[in-house]
Design a protein around this ligand. Structure first.
Ligand SMILES: [Zn+2]
Ligand SMILES: [Zn+2]
Length: 397
């Protein structure tokens, strides 16, 4: 049952957390994780006339005490040592530092702490009541573990922000992760906590990193029943993705009744993304924030924090997908029509592929998926398995 009705005419106030220094989170030139995405999204919004300077807030740097809300002290010390070029070899292996995925770079502690501080800034903005929504595209590093760096993530800003919300504001948090990869680090951080519910919709871990996120991962102890996973099949397309997302998000909102929503908006479920095997189009990135926005107003007085995440086609996909989150936050609808020429002119020379010139994708830009029906049915079964827990509890069909 909805707590409040949502007035469509209301004006929402939002903050865009951003600094050019976000680009200092940089592993090496040939690494797929590239924070130029955040800058090009900022530029796209500026060129579209959708972002004013008064809406932009600079991130702060998270303190060691704040990092310790989730991370082990020895891990933080190892990151600081790496950052200064002094990490011992045995510590590198123990803490997941200096791997192919998460190489060491000078200043990595400072760069990672800034991304975390940006997400904490977003939390304070919303929970101090300065506005309803905040967006930190530099964050969403959902694979960071308590004592291990993993999958391009050093400190887990999403998990730290949720722990910070619990400590300073004591409200119930729903975390919704639509990155193509399982939101493992956030899930394990709150696996026994009944005040934090996590929902992750991702490509099945059968062939994809990190391999977890099975439908049976439901939480432990007091936290049992507050972790939801919907692993979807490779080659899943828009209709099935959106059906799963909408049904799961609505049911879990109704069941959990959170006070605030934190979304992780990895943009790597698109057909162009080189690291996943899903077949989404811009359609999913237009609808994902629409539903989050609607439900935040229906259940949480609008309280919604959105973060970035994965996304490795940094030219054709990520800037458009992430700009839509901001437009939905403020204008309640996604952009449509042509992209601003100013933006295309600025970025075309940097990009190795032709940039799109419209907000929506062109129809039929990828090869038809022959197993579509089978994939859709399989995903529906997985969704039902995930939600059966809620239905059993309320004896619903
Ligand atoms: Zn709003
Ligand atoms: Zn991802």
């Amino acid at each position: 049952m909805a707590k409040h009705t949502w007035d469509l005419t209301m004006n929402c106030k939002s903050a865009f957390i951003y600094a050019e220094d976000y680009k200092s989170y940089h592993f090496r030139t040939d690494h797929p994780f590239n924070q130029l995405r955040v800058q090009s999204t900022y530029d796209l919004l500026k060129s579209s006339g959708a972002l004013s300077d008064t809406q932009v807030l600079s991130p702060r740097t998270a303190t060691i005490e704040e990092l310790k809300l989730v991370h082990d002290e020895r891990f933080i010390e190892a990151v600081i040592a790496s950052s200064n070029g002094q990490l011992k070899e045995q510590d590198a292996a123990e803490f997941g530092l200096g791997t192919e995925d998460t190489p060491i770079f000078s200043g990595m502690h400072e760069a990672a702490s800034l991304l975390v501080g940006g997400t904490l800034q977003a939390v304070d903005y919303v929970l101090e009541g300065k506005g309803q929504h905040a967006l930190n595209l530099g964050g969403g590093l959902h694979h960071g573990f308590k004592r291990k760096a993993s999958g391009f993530c050093i400190y887990n800003d999403a998990a730290i922000a949720i722990a910070y919300i619990r400590k300073h504001y004591n409200v119930k948090v729903l975390y919704v992760d639509t990155d193509a990869h399982h939101g493992d680090g956030v899930q394990w951080s709150f696996y026994d906590d009944p005040n934090v519910c996590t929902l992750s919709i991702h490509e099945t871990g059968r062939y994809l990193f990190p391999g977890t996120g099975n439908v049976n991962e439901r939480g432990i102890k007091e936290g049992y029943g507050y972790s939801f996973n919907i692993p979807i099949d490779a080659f899943t397309e828009d209709e099935s993705f959106l059906q799963i997302y909408e049904k799961a998000f609505r049911e879990i909102m109704d069941y959990f009744q959170p006070d605030i929503i934190v979304t992780q908006n990895g943009a790597d479920a698109h057909a162009y993304d080189p690291l996943s095997h899903l077949c989404g189009t811009m359609k999913i990135y237009e609808y994902i924030p629409m539903l989050a926005h609607e439900l935040a107003h229906t259940y949480c007085d609008g309280k919604w924090i959105a973060l970035g995440g994965g996304g490795y086609d940094i030219w054709r996909v990520v800037p458009r997908a992430w700009a839509q989150i901001w437009n939905v936050m403020n204008d309640q609808k996604p952009f449509s029509g042509s992209l601003p020429k100013e933006w295309i002119d600025k970025y075309q020379s940097k990009s190795l592929v032709p940039l799109p010139d419209t907000w929506h994708d062109q129809p039929n830009f990828y090869k038809p998926i022959p197993r579509k029906k089978e994939i859709t049915e399989k995903n529906e079964q997985t969704l039902n398995k995930a939600l059966q827990f809620i239905w059993n509890r309320y004896n619903k069909p």
